[in-house]
Design a protein around this ligand. Structure first.
Ligand code: NA7
Length: 537
């Protein structure tokens, strides 16, 4: 530990929605916290992902903090699905309104955090060589923040410009007159492809796995609806929090199997017309029963066939996996874009990507000459941001070694062997990515702030998840995932997009309300499953 280093009650890593609210709560408890943020500003995901068309696919009226009624009432969204720039303004509004920035150190990357068994404190080191000491280390590093830039042969040999959707230049990119190649067809690609296609001379879409996407039917926010919701904002959000994913959308308790084909298609059609993620709530068995899921799959495939005029292109766009088991996309004119004469779909299933060369991308069939390449290749999800920092707990144990066979946590909030370390809403074993992120973040932050307050009142210095509680939680997380279709699909939920990553379905899919209740029960039982002690270890 460096001498004379600054001492804090807590270090928070990341100034996205999780870190900002955590800082606010800790201040409220009278704690001294320092927040380190790698980016040049607040906003996390919304700071980094500035690609054209980036917007939230949870409706605006549900995607905001609830901790301040004044904040909820004063902020007004412009569209049904808020665009990135507006969400970033909201994050900054929050940071300024609650005077958070004075405790945030921007442009500062945390590279290591070592727990000192003697002092019971974390020694946190930044890329600039600064060391600070803190009792608590709170990782607000996000679930989808560690960029995945695949090791494609010749990747760095390309002579033109390259971009990753999650590291988009702040001044934007002008593709006018350019031949552009985009690799990937996940959410980021689905949102950006229609806009890049409008600008580029020609856009080549390099698709490895076709994706299911449901129209957003975005538009200006209905002011009458906004007024109605704001008249009882708390009630509106509390009702939604009782649903499995904490997203509004008329859950249907009926199974698809056993429902007549006509009735089924009418239900899918109604949701297709309404748009958005609640398409998946059309029937209760869609993520449990492959035959039920096939009815939804086929509905979307028919839509693709109807939208895309060239039958060969339509055929190449048809997804085959169980719908919903890779993150469902929400789009504004995605499939329609393939009707443009300046857009070419390159089917990597048929003609795999061979290499990137100075002049473009070569598949096993031919060379595509390009002026720019966009990597829409996603993230090392959930564990990536944590494992990229050298985190060491008791006896120097590295987190990446502790998790080498797959991540293990208690509630997705803490992990055995790493005292006084908390993770917010991104930790494997938490509902995070399967729920509405901001409410999930608030719930975690409140849990963490409450336990810290509990410790303060009792003069307890150290908290650690017990191995027994952790094993039981991991088992429960696996048990609830097992009957679903999720574990069998290659997705970032199971780590399949990163070579060598242990294949485990990471999020908790037991339902948001069930999870919240478990957390409440655990807190009410004196933080059952955690060992709390008054001394250092
Ligand atoms: P995703 O959803 O992980 O999508 C990444 C895409 O990139 C996906 O289509 C991948 O194909 C493709 N990919 C990745 N590596 C390669 C290589 N080496 N060659 C060809 N294609 C590749 O990331 P997004 O940024 O779109 O979205 C992330 C989340 O943000 C999203 O789920 C929402 O929750 C918001 P694959 O499917 O692996 O075959």
């Amino acid at each position: 530990m460096a001498n004379g280093q600054e001492q804090f009650d807590a270090v928070i890593v990341g100034a996205g929605f999780a870190g900002l609210y955590m800082l606010h709560r800790l201040r409220g408890l009278g704690l001294l916290a320092r927040l380190f943020e790698a980016g040049g500003g607040a906003g996390g995901t919304w700071y980094w992902n500035r690609y054209p068309g980036a917007r939230c696919d949870v409706e605006s009226m549900q995607y905001s903090y609830q901790f301040s009624d004044e904040l909820a009432q004063e902020w007004s969204w412009s569209e049904r699905y808020a665009p990135q720039a507006e969400i970033l303004r909201y994050a900054n509004h929050v940071a300024d309104r609650f005077d958070l920035k004075r405790d945030i150190q921007f442009n500062t990357t945390v590279i290591s955090a070592h727990f000192d068994t003697q002092s019971g404190r974390w020694d946190v080191e930044t890329a600039d060589g600064e060391h600070v000491s803190a009792r608590f280390l709170i990782m607000a590093t996000g679930c989808l923040s560690a960029v995945n830039l695949p090791a494609i042969e010749g990747r760095d040999s390309f002579a033109g410009a390259t971009y990753h959707t999650a590291r988009w230049p702040h001044d934007g990119v002008d593709f006018t007159g350019l031949r552009v190649g985009i690799i990937g067809t996940g959410s980021s690609a689905v949102q950006s492809i229609p806009l890049i296609a409008r600008e580029a001379k020609h856009l080549y879409v390099f698709q490895r796995t076709p994706t299911y996407s449901v129209p957003a039917h975005n538009g200006p926010l209905d002011r009458e609806e906004e007024r109605r919701i704001k008249a009882d904002y708390r009630g509106f959000r509390a009702r939604i929090a009782e649903t499995a994913f904490d997203v509004d959308g008329e859950i249907n308790d009926k199974p698809a199997l056993g429902t007549s084909e006509d009735e089924r298609d009418a239900a899918y059609e109604k949701r297709w017309r309404k748009g958005g993620l609640p398409f998946l709530l059309a029937f209760s068995d869609l993520v449990f029963d492959l035959r039920a899921n096939e009815t939804a799959q086929e509905f979307v495939r028919q839509k693709i066939r109807a939208i895309v005029k060239d039958p060969a292109v339509a055929e190449a766009l048809l997804p085959e996996h169980a719908v919903g088991t890779k993150r469902l996309c929400v789009d504004i004119g995605y499939y329609e874009t393939f009707n443009r004469p300046n857009v070419t779909l390159v089917n990597l299933k048929k003609t795999p990507l061979a290499a990137i060369v100075p002049t473009g991308i070569r598949t096993t069939e031919r060379l595509y000459e390009l002026d720019a390449i966009v990597f829409a290749t996603g993230f090392d999800a959930m564990t990536g941001a944590l494992n990229r920092i050298d985190i060491r707990g008791l006896n120097g144990l590295a987190l990446k070694d502790a998790w080498s066979a797959g991540p293990k946590t208690y509630l997705g909030i803490a992990t055995a062997g790493f005292p006084n370390l908390f993770m917010i809403a991104a930790g494997p074993g938490s509902p995070g990515v399967l729920s509405n992120m901001i409410p999930s973040i608030e719930q975690h932050v409140n849990f963490i702030a409450d336990v810290i307050e509990h410790m303060g009142k009792r003069q307890l210095a150290v908290i650690e998840a017990t191995k027994v509680a952790q094993e039981a939680w991991v088992q429960h997380v696996n048990e609830v995932a097992a009957p679903t279709l999720f574990p069998s699909t290659n997705s970032w939920y199971v780590g399949a997009n990163i070579p060598g990553k242990p294949r485990i379905f990471m999020p908790y899919i037991g339902g948001y309300p069930v999870y919240v209740q478990k957390c409440k029960d655990i807190a009410a039982n004196g933080y059952e499953g955690f060992s709390l002690s008054s001394r250092s270890i």
